[in-house]
Design a protein around this ligand. Structure first.
Ligand code: PLP
Length: 396
């Protein structure tokens, strides 16, 4: 057994400058694109938003793309466009960021948790089938870590109930040759700085459904049928508010960055996949980890790289391993605390441990390793060295 002294026990850390788990990649072209937007006539939703939407629709193979102010806004818009109303139920996996389930609550609907597949940690279509009731108005799948869900199976189970892909992790990925963004009835994206492309804050909704697209556009703009730009072009003042919407618009400043970033999407995804491949190869030698399975019919976009510990083969729990890797200078993280275990959900929806045992067990064993476009080969080597050092040390 390797007895190299861990940094957490006073040994020398693998690196002294801490490596974050995710971080944006901004070029001079990105900066110039934003500066151009600032010097233009349009600051809020204008021609750069329209152009970003058009490019995004092309990349995702979706006829419609609607830019919004965050991934959370995109989820709210998507469920509204799917027809979710107060009293409805929305099926959602717990292995996700709280925003996926919160979107149902914004509309007065109830999130119903369906457990994940034990190997992929994407929602289990069988559990979705069990969760569906006559009140189910939408089914959300989360492409966990960047791996698209088994969407053909999910849509089959949904049999007509609208499906929503929370694709915050999977932009640039594909399933059975079809790009993410055209796998469910409606898909949502986030452009937070840790995601594959960024606008600072921002999001997108994609759909092939004309009506859902129209409802999305109206809902992001207060429920008003025309926007400021359309009115200024037509010279008319008149507008009508037909529904209760929000101001979820993306600005042209943000869209300028998004459009510029989108041009590098293939390179971003290729880099993420190469980093993941290096991790896969290094960790298959370790008996103390069990990989999250990647199905053969997907292109995984690797927003994150979750490492699953084999806890019975370790003398330490996840918390010890997490802290020991952090002490080595590697910014590990955990994705996710299952949503149904958050205090708000326990209090307001009476959820708690036992509701989704597979997600709960996975959570206890997960550590997220850094993956981002600007990682250098030395950064990747450091992650591998730190994980190997810590897991060898704690191996039974
Ligand atoms: C990041 C993320 C969101 C929320 O996106 P924001 O842009 O931060 O609002 C929603 N769902 C998942 C799975 C995410 O990872």
């Amino acid at each position: 057994m390797n007895t190299e002294r861990l940094a957490i026990e006073g040994g020398k850390p693998v690196r002294t400058d801490p490596l974050p788990y995710g971080r944006q990649s901004i070029t001079d072209e990105d900066v110039a694109a934003v500066a151009d937007a600032l010097r233009s006539d349009w600051l809020t939703t204008g021609p750069r938003v329209a152009s970003f939407e058009k490019s995004f629709a092309r990349v995702t193979g979706a006829p419609h793309a609607i830019a919004v102010s965050s991934g959370t806004a995109a989820l709210h818009v998507a469920l509204h466009a799917a027809g979710v109303r107060a009293g409805d139920e929305v099926v959602v996996p717990p292995m996700t960021f709280a925003a996926s389930a919160n979107a149902a609550l914004y509309l007065g609907a109830r999130p119903v948790f369906a457990d994940v597949d034990v190997d992929t940690l994407c929602v289990d279509p069988g559990a979705v089938r069990d969760a569906v009731t006559p009140r189910t108005r939408a089914i959300i799948g989360v492409d966990y870590a960047g791996q698209p869900c088994d969407w053909d199976f999910l849509r089959d189970v949904a049999s007509g109930i609208p499906t929503v892909d929370d694709a915050a992790h999977s932009l640039g990925g594909s399933y059975r040759g079809r790009p993410v963004g055209s796998l469910a009835d409606i898909s949502t994206f986030s452009f937070h700085p840790v995601k594959t492309i960024t606008t600072g804050e921002g999001g997108m909704v994609t759909t092939a459904d004309d009506r859902a697209a129209e409802r999305s556009r109206v809902f992001r703009n207060h429920g008003i049928t025309t926007d400021h730009r359309q009115r200024s072009q037509s010279g008319a003042f008149f507008y009508e508010m037909v529904e209760l919407g929000n101001n979820y618009r993306l600005s042209d400043i943000h869209a300028a960055l998004g459009r510029s970033q989108l041009a590098r999407l293939p390179a971003f995804v290729a880099t993420r996949r190469a980093i993941a491949a290096a991790y896969d190869e290094a960790f298959q030698k370790l008996e103390t980890v069990r990989p999250v399975r990647v199905r053969a019919d997907v292109v995984h976009a690797y927003h994150i790289y979750p490492l699953r510990l084999e806890l019975d083969r370790l003398k330490a729990d996840r918390q010890n391993v997490f802290q020991a890797i952090r002490a080595e200078g590697i910014g590990v993280n955990v994705h996710y605390v299952p949503v149904h275990l958050h205090p708000y959900y326990r209090r307001e929806l009476r959820t708690g441990p036992g509701l989704c045992p597979r997600a709960e067990a996975a959570y206890e064993a997960l550590v997220t390793l850094p993956v981002f476009a600007r990682m250098t080969p030395r950064d990747v080597d450091d992650v591998i060295a730190a994980v190997t050092k810590v897991l060898r040390h704690y191996a039974r």
